[in-house]
Design a protein. Sequence first.
Length: 313
Amino acid sequence: MSQILTITFPIYAALAIGFLVVRQGWFSTADMRVLGRYVMDIALPALLFNAVASRNVAEVFHPGYMLAFAAAGLGTVALSYLWFTLSGTETTRRAVAVMGSSCPNSGFVGYPVMLLTFPDLAGVILALNMLVENVLIIPACLILMDMARGRAQGGIGQRIAGILWGVLKRPMVIGLLLGLAVSLSGLSMPQTVTRLMQMLAASASALALVVIGGSLAGLSWRGSRWHAVQISALKLLLHPALALLAVMLVAAIGLPMDADMRTALILSAAMPMFGIYAVLAQELGHEGMASIALLTATTLAFFTLSGLLYWLT
């Protein structure tokens, strides 16, 4: 158990530091947004670029992992949509709930966990997760949110194209694609560029956790607590359960995936929802529910992740 705490304790200690510095007034919620933009637009893109550009493309692409991660994510979207439909949840609240149930925080929480668990694979795992999330899972949830507000009628094709174009303009995706281009070209990166990217990437892990902790301090507690509990349960229990099922199905059809990648996939699915969840929920007026779900899932993930780490490693 002490080995598990060496992974989970630093993660949650950094989250607690971020929470406390905002609560004490040493940093403001606005400061956390600025630091978060640095992580999203500079540190993580540098990390993704370096992780992909410094490896042969065959080391980066894991078809079995990508297929299983996509199946688990889209399966969670479908089952959570069915759950909230059968429970009579109104349309806009259901769309927000589905997003919270199926979109993990691979960058701000997942990467630090992977860095402590699988240091040699952490960058590749982040790249694979980000690719699947940004191309499939997040766009699917955004389309559901548009349908809930009635904007997607008659223009679903245009909306999908717009979402995918927005994905391609994100710095993290640009960093990933540039790294892939370098990997495919077979060129070796100059040491000066490699060291710059490593320096920027090294700032991502700790700062990302402090930002998440600080962001939690400024969340609203006004919203449907019962729906928030359901969202948290689906994210922390259903999503990793479907990831385990997807891993077994991928193995059954003969796609190779080693033990570390299987463990990383299940852990990735078990992460709490991504940090901008409450911000996106504002568009439909359910930021209170999303805030409670985010805080609940992030807190309870200490126990669920610890349990999974104990079982899987």
